[in-house]
Write a protein that binds this ligand. Sequence first.
Ligand code: G6P
Length: 617
Amino acid sequence: MCGITGYIGYRDAYPIIINGLQRLEYRGYDSAGIVLFDGNQINLTKTKGKVSDLITKIATNSFDKGTVGIGHTRWATHGVPNDVNSHPHLSQSGNLVIVHNGIIENYDTIKKELIKRGYTFKSDTDTEVLVNLIEEIQKKYDVKLGKAVQIALNQVIGAYAIAVFDKNKPDEIVVARLGSPLAIGIGKDKKEYFVASDASPFIEYTKDAIYLEDEEMAIIRVGREVRIRKIKDDSLVDADVQELQLSLEQIEKGGFEHFMLKEIHEQPHAISDTYRGRLLREEGIIKMSGVEDNMKKLLNADRFIIVACGTSWHAGLVAEYLIEDLARIPVEVEYASEFRYRNPIITEKDVVIAISQSGETADTLAAIKLAKSKGALVFGVCNVVGSSIARETDTGAYTHAGPEIGVASTKAFTTQITVLTLMALRLARAKGTMTSSDYRYHLQELELIPKKVEELLKIDDHVKYISNIYKDATNFLYLGRGYNFPVALEGALKLKEISYIHAEGYPAAEMKHGPIALIDENMPIVVIATNKGHYEKVVSNIQEIKSRKGQIIAVVTEGDVTVKEMADHVIEIPETIEAFTPLLTTIPLQLLSYHIAVMRGCNVDQPRNLAKSVTVE
Ligand code: G6P
């Protein structure tokens, strides 16, 4: 994680970098820093805390001058979040300055070597080691900055996106990437360049961008084309300039108090954007090029293995139910972090589906590489276009949810489920596990989901009322069965992520094997009890809770009578096919966690210790 940004050109760099850091805060926000070159000297300001704290600090020291600079917002890996460990880091001489996103794994060995050569270190970070290694190489071999960076990177093990600036060469910034994203924005007539972890910091200045590939570096100099090289062998690479599709409006809050709330409300649109052009109801077909092009391999697969982390893993669990139920293809769902390290059995007859909002999650990326090395076809389900995972996978489908900025994932989850639903239906049809009339009925119902989500969002005040009653609870239990078991997990994850209330998601029937011991009159229990999914069984589970005096918040299908009589509160969702209920039952749980977190005074969009994009193991 961590966000890096930089500017070199003719404008004041300070507002561009600060604005950019604010847009990148979703990547980490435990400390922030900026360095600007004012024509004579490097002025560095950094602090523990948010970018707003950095702005306050700069207001006192006035270090805001210069047309070149780099900035950083941090999610700590090496060294606790404090002023000293914050980036940028200066080299020993004070000539070089660096910002870094990632981890240098062999930093300790290099550090000991540098200490022997007389270097001293102010921080506990791996990054300060890297900048001093670059300086040492510059001195030892008498080479320019770009060359020194290249030699240094060939000595380090780990992951990085870096931007380095040399006070003695103030017309250039050197950047490099391995495992962490880095985009370069190209200004008009090459009079200015931007650097950032994603394109959001420079979207209002240019639509032309280059995304560095792994193991590439670039020397960015005003007035000249960007020169990209392979870090390993110094070979020149042709720059692939892409036109950005992102708009400024998409990355702003648009009148909502928080990005999370905006993104919850964007779901009707996001879901229809996901199936637009793919779900052709009138023709009665689903068209997904990634599926069509690989149909034979998909249908003949021994099994699908889904790899993902966090919320995306929950979408993977929903997909397991969908694909097994509708298309009758065996599915396993794995945490990418476990999968990659447990010597899994993968063959050429397996299909691996990697799900990731950001497309940058390190563990998911590593799981993909492993699967590819064993010959499996890897299908990616990503939101961020052009992300590492999107590029690394053999084929796939984008979710088209638009930028998700709130750290707690919402629209990414429902659009991932939408893509996976389309995939399951298309495979079911191709495999003949679904009749044509059933298929058509499913398409028709799926097309109605955005409208139903829109309807459902009107219950916001009711959910707010419930949130107020339970905002001070210390524990929550979420129960669901079948398709809604993963939704229970996701509901619990949302609550703990942003409100810091301990919450557990459980399959409703498993409650009696443990969590039931926790139930007393202080325990709120969210039960998903839709009318088709093992309804009677869930009703029995509700009775078991009731007799132990637990407080029941039930998510039911509209018109429900039985559960209504037993539950303390009910939230109704519109009627739909059971397989599509996760797209609806998720919505009130997102709102519940949102309102509780707001009422508890938590920072909803930037919950403590978390980051949106986890590019470290
Ligand atoms: C982080 C985020 C989660 C996300 C998970 C996986 O933990 O905070 O919201 O679900 O990473 O991220 P991905 O981008 O791979 O979906």
